[in-house]
Each structure stands twice: as structure tokens, then as C-alpha cells.
Design a protein around this ligand. Structure first.
Ligand code: M6R
Length: 366
């Protein structure tokens, strides 16, 4: 059942190029339009959308953080991302032109379901993104996209996260088209670049194992670790830290790097691991200067960086390289080495990567 892999977590990480490809099948029409038939919303209804809430928990929430950036930049619709457990108990501003996007691998997370019900009572359109056909999230939403991850067995989500991010990216592109901001030509180019991430993930899987193992050895015996990034890199950091905590029980936190000097930098002492999502972007130089501040205090820096970056090796003790992508799709590729890093650290610490203590695959009670 593990297909020759030592554990389900690894098998599922290695399935991710396929998940990207399968999630994109049939989604671009000959006319260059994003095709999400199952949306259950007409073009006119979508055109009225003036606010998006993405509600989810855990890893699914992190997929939402990534999507927020793309929805706001392609469709110029304000998008908030919120833990379902918070959203359900507060008086969020919901009108009939609000689109609520509920993201849930299992499709049965109690808080996410409660938030869906509440949003619908208040008149919002609710769109579900789930991996489980016929699940409560699918049944209770106005429309649904199924991520094509297939059954995910390891408790820590990996491939379903990638399916969620790709599905949310399609939704962001669709909203961009509906709002008249993405032309069919631009959409075709984005769609092609999105598809290319399957090959980039494969390249990370094929080439970075040794670098990841070295980086894992460097932090496996720490008592705490800090993940940092900026922009999309911050969202990836949140997922990296969650994965590490879940499977290795090593305490990890994630911060937008610009926040370091507002508190977390006090943690840094010689040997403290800082894991940075340091891919090339408009804020790369800003991130590097944050890392220099960590380096000056003796942090051990592990960087996920863009292939060809010769500068990063001067401050990072360990570098894991990922192929260059546009910023919008960077998280799809840059998350993968952090999943592998979490798994390696967990194995070095003698943990069961498929069944971490205290966690369940489906959280059906709040
Ligand atoms: O099934 P869901 O996506 O609704 O689950 C949400 C979280 O419980 C889930 O992502 C959890 O954080 C995972 N253990 C992450 O690896």
C-alpha cells in the first residue's frame, strides 16, 4: 500500500507532481477561460462578489493564506483568511455579495462545517474545496472543487495541501477573469506556468534529498526553531512550522520576517535554527537583511532559495534549492522541501511520521 515508500508521508509527498497535473486537467477552455463548472455560481453572481472569506483550519488555512495574495492581486477583491473556529463565533461582515470559500481536506472538520452553515444563513454564497467526494463540506456548499489528491493517509497533510493551493489558484484566476482583469492570453500563460510547477516539484524531489538531510541534522536536536519569510514566503513558513511541530514535536514558530525585530529576535542565540523561505522576489533583499541580523547573533540559517542564487550561501549554513517560478506559484514548489525537512527531523527524533501523537486525521468535534 505504501508503494515501496517507507511511510505514507513520503509516498504522499512524492505524489505531489501528479496532484498538480490532475488538479489542472480540463480546467482551461480552448478560449482561454478557466472552467470550474461545479462552482454552482453564474458568471453574473461571481461578478457581484465584492469580498471573499477563506475559512479553514490548520494546513488548509495556510493554503488560504497563499490564495489571498493571488485573489487580491488578480481580481482586486478584498480577501480575508480566517480560522473557522474564530469565524464561526464572531459577527463577520457577510452580505449576499460575499463569497465564502471553505477549504477542508477531509470535508468534515467540525469548525469549518459550522462556519459554512453560519455563512449560508447570513446569505453568503459558499464554495467548498475538499478532497473527499460527497463529504459534508461538499454537500453543504453551493458549489465544490475536488482536489485530486486521492486518499491521504498520513495525518500530516502534504499532497492535499498542494491540491488545495492549485485549486484556489484556479479560483483566483477565474475571479480575475470575471472581474475583467485577466485576459485569456494572460490566463493561458499563467495556466502554463502553474502546470510547470509539477516538473519543478519533481526536480526538488530528485535533487535535494542530500541537502534536506543535512539541514535536518542541523536542527534535529534543537529545542525550538523559527521559520521566516516575507509575502508568499511568510505563508509558506507557517506551513513549514506546522509540519515540523506535528511530526517531530520540535517546537517551531513562523513569523513574517519583518516582525523579527518586534520580539522574536530575542530568541536568537548561537546555534538557534532559523529556517528561511528565501526565494527570489521583490522582497528578497529585505529578507536577506533580516537574515543578516539573525546571523550576527549566531543563528544557524537554513534557506530555501532559488536555483542560481549565489549570494544566499554567504549567510546560510544550509541551502535547499528550488527552481525559479513566478511569485504566485512559488509556494507550490517551496513548501515541498519543508515537508521533507519535517519528515527527516521527525525520523531523526524517532517519531512516527504517519501517526503523530495527539492528532487525528479528521477533527469532527470542536
Ligand atoms: O480536513 P481539514 O483540511 O479540514 O483539516 C484541517 C486540519 O485539521 C488539518 O489541516 C491539520 O492541521 C493537519 N494535521 C495538518 O497536517
Amino acid at each position: 500500500e505504501k508503494g515501496g515508500y517507507p511511510d505514507f508521508m513520503m509516498k504522499e509527498i512524492y505524489e505531489q507532481p501528479r496532484v498538480v497535473r490532475d488538479t489542472l486537467v480540463g480546467r482551461l477552455s480552448g478560449a482561454g477561460e478557466i472552467d470550474i463548472d461545479e462552482l454552482g455560481l453564474s458568471f453574473e453572481e461571481l461578478n457581484l462578489v465584492d469580498r471573499v472569506y477563506i475559512i479553514a483550519c490548520g494546513t488548509s488555512l495556510h493554503a488560504g493564506l497563499i490564495a489571498k495574495n493571488n485573489i487580491e492581486s488578480w481580481a482586486r477583491i478584498p480577501c480575508e483568511v480566517e480560522a473557522a473556529s474564530e469565524f464561526r463565533y464572531r459577527d463577520a461582515i457577510i452580505t449576499p455579495s460575499t463569497l465564502v470559500v471553505a477549504v477542508s481536506q477531509s470535508g468534515e472538520t467540525a469548525d469549518t462545517l459550522a462556519a459554512i452553515r453560519d455563512a449560508r444563513i447570513k446569505g453568503a454564497k459558499v464554495f467548498g474545496i475538499t478532497n473527499v467526494v460527497g463529504s459534508p463540506v461538499a454537500r453543504e456548499s453551493d458549489g465544490v472543487i475536488y482536489t485530486k489528491a486521492n486518499k491521504e493517509i498520513a495525518v500530516a497533510s502534504t499532497k492535499s495541501f498542494i491540491g488545495q493551493v492549485v485549486s484556489l489558484t484556479l479560483l483566483a484566476m477565474l475571479l480575475g477573469q470575471v472581474k475583467g482583469r485577466l485576459t485569456p492570453g494572460q490566463t493561458r500563460m499563467l495556466f502554463r506556468d502553474l502546470g510547470d510547477t509539477a516538473g519543478y516539484i519533481q526536480k526538488v524531489l530528485d535533487t535535494q534529498s542530500a541537502a534536506i538531510a543535512e539541514a535536518a541534522a542541523a536542527c534535529a536536536h534543537a529545542s525550538s526553531a523559527l521559520f521566516v519569510g516575507r509575502g508568499m514566503g511568510a505563508a509558506v513558513s507557517f506551513e513549514g512550522a506546522l509540519k515540523l511541530k506535528e511530526v517531530s514535536y520540535l517546537h517551531a514558530e513562523a513569523y513574517a520576517a519583518g516582525e523579527m525585530k518586534h520580539g522574536p529576535i530575542a530568541l536568537i542565540e548561537p546555534g538557534f535554527p532559523v529556517i528561511a523561505v528565501a526565494t527570489k522576489s521583490a522582497v528578497y533583499d529585505k529578507l536577506v537583511s533580516n537574515l543578516k541580523e539573525c546571523e550576527a547573533r549566531g543563528a544557524k540559517i537554513i534557506a530555501v532559495a532559488t536555483e542560481g542564487d549565489e549570494e544566499i550561501g554567504r549567510i546560510a549554513d544550509h541551502v535547499i534549492f528550488v527552481p525559479k517560478t513566478c511569485e504566485a506559484f512559488m509556494p507550490i514548489v517551496a513548501t515541498v522541501p519543508l515537508q521533507l525537512l519535517a519528515r527527516e527531523v521527525a525520523l531523526m527524533r524517532g517519531c512516527d511520521v504517519d501517526q503523530p501523537r495527539n492528532l487525528a486525521k479528521s477533527v469532527t468535534v470542536e
